[in-house]
Write a new protein. Structure first.
Length: 102
């Protein structure tokens, strides 16, 4: 006799449990849509973390600065009538890495 009375309660509880589960799943889906979980940006469109100068550009700028200092030192030495030697300051190699002179 007790099993017949519990059967309708279990059916009602099962129905109620599925309703709660349905609402929780809809809420989770709504939150995911709200926070953009389904709309990811492409990795290629994201900005880089480091926004400083490119190391290749820095190297080129340093190389140009060395060349200008070496040229300036040579011009000053010519104006004074002496040859640019080590005692007048360090000499800079005016060749780039490929070995050609500029």
């Amino acid at each position: 006799m007790t099993s017949t009375r519990r059967s309708p309660e279990l059916v009602e509880l099962t129905h109620l449990g599925f309703e709660v589960l349905r609402h929780k799943m809809l809420d989770a889906h709504r939150k995911a849509l709200h926070y953009g979980k389904y709309h990811h940006d492409s990795v290629d469109e994201l900005p880089l973390a480091h926004t400083g100068d490119d190391p290749a550009d820095q190297f080129d700028q340093q190389r140009v600065a060395r060349l200008l200092m070496a040229t300036d030192r040579r011009l000053l030495a010519k104006q004074e009538g002496r040859s640019p030697t080590r005692e007048n300051g360090p000499r800079y190699d005016v060749r780039d890495q490929s070995g050609t002179t500029d």
